[in-house]
Write a protein that binds this ligand. Sequence first.
Ligand code: SR1
Ligand code: MG
Length: 419
Amino acid sequence: MHETTFKPLTTETLPDRLGVVPAVADRVGGPQSGWKVREVGDGNLNLVFIVEGEKGSVVVKQALPYVRLVGDSWPLPLKRSFFEYHALKRQEQRSPGQVPAVYHFDEAQALIVMEYLSPHIILRRALINGEELPRIAEDLGLFMARTLFRGSDLHMEARERKADLALFADNTELCDITENLVFTDPYFAAPMNRHTPELDPVVAELRADRDLKVEAQKLKHLFAAKAETLVHGDLHTGSVMVTESDTRVIDPEFAFYGPMAFDVGMLLANYWMAFFSQRGHEAKGSREGMRAYLLNVIEETWDVFRAEFARLWRTERTGMLYHRSLYEEQGDVLGAEQALSHLMHDIWVDMLGFAGVEIHRRILGLAHNADFETIEDTKLRASCEAAALRFGRHIAVNRRHIQSLTEINQLARSLDKGV
Ligand code: SR1
Ligand code: MG
């Protein structure tokens, strides 16, 4: 495919247009006329095709010049595909085997051809179905520790990290989406917001909550100014594909240099939302086991993240921050451990804040979660969402005084029971 002018693919044009790309033709195999092409994109932004042939299958993801969820009234640059491609490359290098393999990238057409993950399903869908995936805590805890540590000045050579910071700094429009949708819109009557009508009184309460609004803006400040590491930038349960034995992280188009705690907060927030939504999915039986599973996943993910981050701190701290010449090389191992414990505490506090606002925006803002949206009874849905909103408010505002996940998960339990 050699066109230089962007043109969206369709299921009809894809075989001819991509049939000339060896990375596609060789993998899919057979005559293009026999290729089976399906458009399966159900996300907010892009086209996603599955292409199947005699020999195999690939996924083709193509950016559109606007936000798919809203339409062409909201233009969005195609260059997000460039950032996604570069983020996938770095994630593969830093945490091998945890993202789909990339076969081909066409910058002008804003498309990435990648591995078709099968029989994987989207993690959010699995959690709504009540499936307990045994590997996610371990796999995602490791993924976050490895990508976040190895993309930072704790590990990278300073010149290389600064070049990367400059490269991803141009992902402005996608950062702008997060800056508005996550940190600002939920806290006033922004035009694209929507919420379950029965939530009106809680929404009024939150919008009048001065402490909450101050914390949300402090978190936005952190998001915009704390360029610590290359974050995925949109690590919710819709950005993870799973089987019982495999976990892959997809869709890093929001990647940029931001705070270490952002990905962790966003992921745990989505587990907490899955937890609060369970009451809405009990028509076919109790979800008590699922609730316990989700809270356990949250605790285990954090434990794995912390342990792996500490291991990398001790073995791969080759960057310019907390240089070994100040600690280990002077025999001061305890000094390095003290610095690690301070950094981990900062990540913990920031993580709770990011989790709180992520919960709010998925219930009050433009982009909602299927976990709640699939609960048809709006009274029941609002009751699940109200508990989640109160929980989000608590962890965002009180984050500096919260000691443990056991403490927070107990609060989640009480709020869910209406206590
Ligand atoms: C306008 S885009 C809305 C949301 O979809 C993406 O997945 C991000 O989460 C973004 O905030
Ligand atoms: Mg996405």
